[in-house]
Design a binder for this molecule. Structure first.
Ligand SMILES: Cc1cc2nc3c(=O)[nH]c(=O)nc-3n(C[C@H](O)[C@H](O)[C@H](O)COP(=O)(O)O)c2cc1C
Length: 373
């Protein structure tokens, strides 16, 4: 049997294989952020399809952090019953599930445009080519309020039956905005040297553990380099990853920080057509894996089974995290387990993403077009 089907333990969580469904926004919550029937089916299909751990899509921990209309919320207790049904549907089918804790920071500006609220962020930059929209600088009290909201959210997640939470610390959202020297120009205890720019992540971790218990697994998706020059550099990002592991984050998923303008400068690259275009963050993951004592998850353009096997066999990562392949083939892990080790049929066109940005629901648009032609 392939190493990809060996079970693996993080400190407090047993997983049946090495496959993770990387967090994926699905545009299927209701307007109040509750779980819907459509999501129950989506997650049941994924669990049925053989993946070991499913990470939900972005779920805002505080109303100021919402960034899309049909996004799940974990900011209030009324969402717990819906999430209980979701976690039960996944557990009944033998998989585990983690809730992705999210705050958009300045990336919520579009959502709040023409509303009675301004998006919040560590620092406001004049003339920033990487950001359109209005935002304002967070004050000390607001920072603590949001940290508290992460802890409360994790407590709700535990109550709802989630096996773990994952802090979304990548892709230019609020924790990423604190970590990057490009977006964080503060001169107080939250800005300046790396330890200060990571204080937000450290306090969130402590707050969660105090509220959800010391054995409740807290994972992180961490952006270790920004997508454009002048931002966070991988040299510092790697030190950040090491510190997060030392503080107790139980598994690290290695990804991009702030996004640039083109797909090439984002975490969801297009044209992943050849082996040498796959696993585009392999070098970061490998370097970090060799320096931390906690499991790492490699994400970003993995499509070929043999390559995934090689990465795990060589000890460059512990888990294979996939997003777009599961949109097209939710049962791909079962197919691979049965011996059909085809390359994932996802062509990384990002039509799924573009549809979601227009308030559509998660689906493989390309597969639908192929079927109808
Ligand atoms: C439609 C879509 C939705 C996504 N939603 C999220 C999300 O909610 N949270 C997150 O951390 N990453 C999100 N991502 C990024 C993926 O988790 C992943 O990091 C990226 O797509 C690269 O992996 P892949 O090549 O396997 O798709 C999303 C990507 C896509 C295409």
């Amino acid at each position: 049997m392939s190493i990809l089907f060996d079970p693996m333990k993080t400190e407090n969580m047993d997983l049946k294989n090495r496959f993770v469904r990387s967090a994926t926004y699905d545009g299927c919550a209701d307007r109040d952020g509750h779980v819907t029937e459509y999501q129950l089916k989506l997650f049941a299909d994924l669990a049925e399809g053989g993946v070991g751990l499913i990470i939900t899509g972005i779920t805002h921990v505080h109303s100021s952090g919402q960034s899309l209309l049909f996004q799940n919320s974990v900011a209030t207790d009324d969402v717990i019953p819906g999430f209980r049904r979701l976690t039960a549907a996944v557990h009944d089918r033998g998989a585990k599930i983690a809730l992705q804790l999210f705050h958009g920071g300045r990336e919520s500006a579009k959502f709040f445009a023409n509303k009675d609220f301004q998006a919040i962020t560590p620092s406001v930059l004049p003339d920033d080519p990487y950001f359109d929209g209005e935002s304002r600088q967070m004050n000390e009290d607001e920072i603590w309020e949001i940290i508290d909201a992460y802890g409360d959210a994790a407590k709700r997640a535990k109550k709802a039956g989630f096996d773990a939470v994952q802090l979304h610390g990548a892709h230019g959202y609020l924790p990423s905005q604190f970590l990057s020297p490009y977006t964080n120009r503060r001169e107080d205890q939250w800005g300046g040297v790396l330890q200060n720019r990571l204080r937000f992540h450290q306090e969130i971790y402590k707050n969660i553990k105090a509220k959800a218990g010391k054995d409740y697994p807290v994972l992180i998706k961490i952006g270790v380099q920004d997508g454009f020059p002048g931002g966070l550099e991988s040299k510092e990002g790697k030190v950040a990853a090491k510190l997060l592991a030392q503080w107790g984050y139980e598994a690290l998923e290695i990804s991009l920080g702030l996004r640039g303008r083109s797909y090439k400068e984002t975490e969801f690259r297009t044209n992943v057509n050849h082996l040498d275009q796959e696993a585009y963050y392999r070098h970061w993951c490998k370097a970090i894996k060799s320096e931390v004592d906690v499991p790492t998850m490699i994400v970003g353009g993995l499509r070929t089974y043999d390559l995934m096997e090689e990465v795990i066999q060589k000890g460059e990562a512990d888990f294979i995290s996939l997003c777009r392949p599961f949109i097209r083939e939710p049962d791909i892990v079962n197919q691979w387990e049965k011996g059909n080790r085809h390359r994932a049929t996802c062509i990384s066109c990002n039509k799924c993403l573009e549809a979601l940005r227009e308030d559509g629901r998660l689906e493989c648009v390309q597969a639908k077009m192929d079927k109808s032609s």
